[in-house]
Design a protein around this ligand. Sequence first.
Ligand SMILES: [Zn+2]
Length: 465
Amino acid sequence: MLVSVMAARRALLLLVSLLLAGALTLAGLSFQQQGTPLPVASLQAEPADARPAVQRLADGLATLDPAGPIAQSVAADLERVEAATADLRHLQPAATVSTDFLDQPQLRDLFVQIFDRDYLPEERETDQRLLVTLGLLRPDQDIVREWLDLYQEQVIGLYDSDTKKLYVVADASPLGPEARVTFSHEYVHALQDQHFSLATVAPKHPDNQDRSLAVHALIEGDATLSMAIYATRQLTTDELAQLGQSGETSHLAQTPLVLRAELLFPYDDGLRLVRQLYSRGGFGAVDQAFADPPQSTEQVLHPEKYDQREAPEPVELPDLGPTAGDEWQVLSSNTLGELYLRVLIEQYSTPATARVAAAGWGGDRWELLTRGEQTALVLRTVWDTERDAQEFFSAYAQGLQARFGPQAQAERSADQVRLRAPGYWISVRQHARGVDVAIAPDAGTGERLDEWMSQSADLRFESAE
Ligand SMILES: [Zn+2]
């Protein structure tokens, strides 16, 4: 039971190159040389903004011939990219890395294999139930299919730290600038793995998904910065101009906000963090960060909090199965973190409101309970100040109103909101620096969880304040 309570929310933080993120980074660097500001994708950026650049990159890939065995000349090309990448990243290879070139259908097959290996059935069930219960995924959307569609559309390279193999979506011959840049990015992951052991730095099936995402941001931020440096140093002006010239973003534009945010975060906010480290101490400072990685998405979203090592506050929940009532069982428990809480607000308001509401995060823990097909959720959060807690409380309560609309019947006081909607009984409570949320399918279960929240909230900050 304990093992199942501690199960990860999601195992699949894949080490990939993204069409969109890569194109934006490289487009940004080349535009910057002409004096235009760097248009790095942000959480709330509309993918359509990048369409022209991304479109050009995909067209370039599409014109290549079908995959075949690696020719002698290509092997020599790869060696040159490896040498240049190891040199600029100041990490020498400790082993050779085998490379496969894939087309899009082969890439999807590879993802299906990796999902079968790493995305455990209880993790899939947890993700599906959690995101639907939070209103971040519609019940008719399937989490596995959404991820596969998104990866197939957006991923152009992959490093598998289990098999130590590297994959690039391109034809092996001739090796165009996009393929060389993508290969350089993935080769950085191989170097990271050889020097810092990625399985140790970023273990699978994490007990703290928020910390795992933060480490992933360091890993991808490093590979993306290195890739950009490779491109500016090794490609001709004409080749640079060919980069980011095309791409398909149709699925990205339609994909649920939460998946888009999780996909882009390591390349966007992670790159920002790594750029800051690099600007102060070069790749030596980045290497040091692998020994002492960010502990939370909060530290990545606000690099000054990484500088200060503002540690997350531990939040614990007991097994709430007996509290919820007969037949309720805990499926899993984990941490949302500032990034996910931001998405939770943004889904039903605006990016600006969400940024303010999720800032000042101190820590959180959620527990997902099931009774057959039914799902209940308790989320316990703690904030830096009472004001931060108040901001989250208000924004989340407003978000619930927006989510359920006129169907919802709400009772509201200064520190509690109770909301009923078809199939939902929800309570949100603020107490001092804490905000608790219970989401249940029926009033009986909801009231029992709410009673527990009310009683335990009084004890929460007594010793500390
Ligand atoms: Zn990567």
